[in-house]
Design a protein around this ligand. Structure first.
Ligand code: ZN
Length: 225
């Protein structure tokens, strides 16, 4: 156990919730920070607040809705039809330009003000949906930039960087929180909690990972869908 505090960028989805419980095992104290960025499903912030409260984690929300007005994307623009698959020639329109850059930079300022060195984020390069700001080289580069920008020894932790969705479920199970993650988190792009709508790209990735994990550990049939 690290005897320091960590700040987690927390959305209330599968990945960041798994990271929240991971961080609770790793650090003396965990603080969660959620963002309102003009997402269509703002209930995710309330779900995040509830999960943090149940986990006894201090919770903060910051409104950064200006991000939605900077770059068009289908998570914040209700007139856009969401890409179901990754297009060949461009990034999927579910990509929110600058999101992780803004989130982590703001989280770093917040952390510095609160004398926190450790930042935790649930980004993963393995189930890479084509989002450049989920890549390891971006995180490492930003880590250096943040340290230089604020003269503060930040360490960005990415526990999911090299694991896939099935392994993320395995981690949740190891941490004893698989049911919490399965039933209380929101990953679905259509705003449906838990197992979600089942057909959006986020649900497909999440549910496919869960089924692969179940088939690996041969869980009780009643546990499956
Ligand atoms: Zn869905």
């Amino acid at each position: 156990m690290n005897n320091e505090k960590a700040l987690i960028v927390f959305s209330g989805g599968q990945d960041s919730t798994t990271c929240l419980f991971w961080a609770k095992r790793q650090f003396k104290e965990v603080v969660a920070l959620s963002f309102i960025y003009g997402q269509k499903h703002q209930q995710e912030v309330e779900l995040a607040r509830q999960i943090a409260s149940d986990a006894n984690v201090e919770f903060h929300v910051m409104d950064v809705s200006f991000i939605a007005s900077l770059g068009r994307n289908s998570l914040t623009d209700t007139t856009m039809v969401m890409d179901a698959e990754k297009p060949d020639s461009r990034l999927p329109n579910t990509f929110v330009p600058g999101r992780n850059l803004f989130f982590l930079s703001i989280a770093a300022v917040f952390a510095r003000e609160n004398d926190i060195n450790h930042l935790v984020t649930g980004v993963s390069q393995t189930d890479f949906s084509g989002y450049p700001d989920c890549r390891d080289e971006f995180i490492k580069s930003l880590n250096v930039t943040l340290n230089l920008a604020m003269e503060h020894p930040f360490v960005i932790h990415t526990p999911l960087m090299w694991i896939d969705k099935a392994q993320t479920w395995a981690l949740a199970d190891q941490l004893g929180v698989l049911d919490i993650i399965r039933n209380q988190t929101l990953t679905c792009y259509n705003g449906m909690i838990g197992d979600g709508c089942g057909h959006c790209p986020a649900c497909k990735l999440r549910n496919d990972g869960l089924q692969r994990y179940f088939s690996l550990v041969d869980k009780d049939d009643a546990y499956k869908k």
